[in-house]
Design a binder for this molecule. Structure first.
Ligand SMILES: Nc1ncnc2c1ncn2[C@@H]1O[C@H](COP(=O)(O)OP(=O)(O)OP(=O)(O)O)[C@@H](O)[C@H]1O
Ligand SMILES: CC(C)(CO)[C@@H](O)C(=O)[O-]
Ligand code: BAL
Length: 282
């Protein structure tokens, strides 16, 4: 695996593959890799000839400076994992490489639709402008044919698809299943911050989602939401931001269960760590 730090070096190494019409995949990450990330690499390998993984902790998508500061950066571990996974290139730029005027921020604003302001967008204001700003730069640097994202960040996939439409970018966006620990906790780089007690408490998120999925036919939306919120609010040390059953395209809460493409989404602070999770319902 080759490690690349600059956009120009990346373009140079990828050029022969483009010329040969090889299919190039991009898996964007912020590092601190776990099996969830590796599953994206594996799926990318099944769809493309060349897989590029980017590792970049993007400052413009963080709304909480403490969250940015303490974001884990175990680079050697990440390189070892990607090498073992057979990834072809890892792109690890500096902040200056991606944002030449940093700390002065570039102007960036695109219309991502109303869903930008819901759920994560409500609790992390401006988050999806920062996400789409860096993902556009990564797409421009790699020029991939296909890019892979996790369903764990469900709203992020929607926002990136909207960004791709906005710029008419000729690439395919693939959403990949959530990889969980054996007890149900969704894998996340931030899980590393959980104490033993937090780790135990965090299970209530996937349990509440599973409850909703298991009882979706039996109970009304009101009953499902009441029970799920009761489960979470009844767990000490867990502070719920939202639990919703929403339309998977608009992210608006549903009133009845008739529609297709429904999803339950949750975000909560467990101890000092904010976690998100979701499950498709039909
Ligand atoms: N458990 C998981 N299963 C599948 N994909 C995942 C999982 N966790 C993260 N991903 C995906 O990996 C990509 C990179 O995510 P990122 O580097 O932010 O990791 P993360 O574990 O989501 O970290 P955090 O949630 O703490 O920011 C994203 O597309 C994300 O959705
Ligand atoms: C897509 C992404 C790499 C952009 O920084 C990030 O939001 C992530 O890891 O999900
Ligand atoms: N996994 C989404 C990136 C973030 O939390 O900022």
């Amino acid at each position: 695996m080759e490690i690349i730090h600059t956009i120009s070096a990346l373009k140079t190494v990828l050029q022969p593959f483009k010329k040969a019409k090889s299919k190039v995949a991009l898996v964007p990450t912020m590092g601190a890799l776990h099996k969830g990330h590796l599953s994206l690499i594996e799926i990318a390998q099944q769809h493309a000839d060349i897989v590029v993984c980017s590792i970049f902790v993007n400052p413009t998508q963080f709304t909480d400076p403490k969250d940015l500061e303490k974001y884990p950066r175990p680079l050697e571990h990440d390189i070892k994992m990607l090498t073992e996974a057979g990834c072809d290139f890892v792109f690890m730029p500096t902040v200056k490489e991606m944002y030449p005027t940093f700390p002065k921020l570039e102007n960036w604003h695109i219309d991502l639709g109303n869903a930008e302001f819901l759920l994560e967008g409500e609790f992390r204001k401006g988050h999806y402008q920062g996400v789409t700003q860096i993902v556009k730069k990564l797409f421009d640097a790699v020029n991939p044919d296909i890019a892979f994202f996790g369903q764990k960040d469900f709203q992020q996939v929607l926002m990136i698809k909207n960004m791709v439409k906005h710029f008419n970018m000729p690439l395919e966006i693939v959403s990949c299943p959530i990889i969980r620990e054996s007890d149900g906790l969704a894998m996340s780089s931030r899980n590393i911050h959980l104490s033993n007690v937090d780790r135990e408490n965090a299970l209530i998120l996937s349990k509440a989602l599973q409850f909703v999925r298991d009882n979706f036919e039996k109970l009304s939306v009101i009953e499902l939401l009441a029970s799920a919120k009761e489960m979470i609010n009844g767990t000490q040390g867990v502070d719920l931001d939202y639990f919703t059953i929403a339309n998977g395209e608009t992210l608006l809460p549903i009133k009845d269960k008739e529609a297709k493409n429904l999803i339950a989404l949750v975000a909560a602070k467990v101890g000092q760590t904010r976690l998100i999770d979701n499950m498709l319902l039909n």
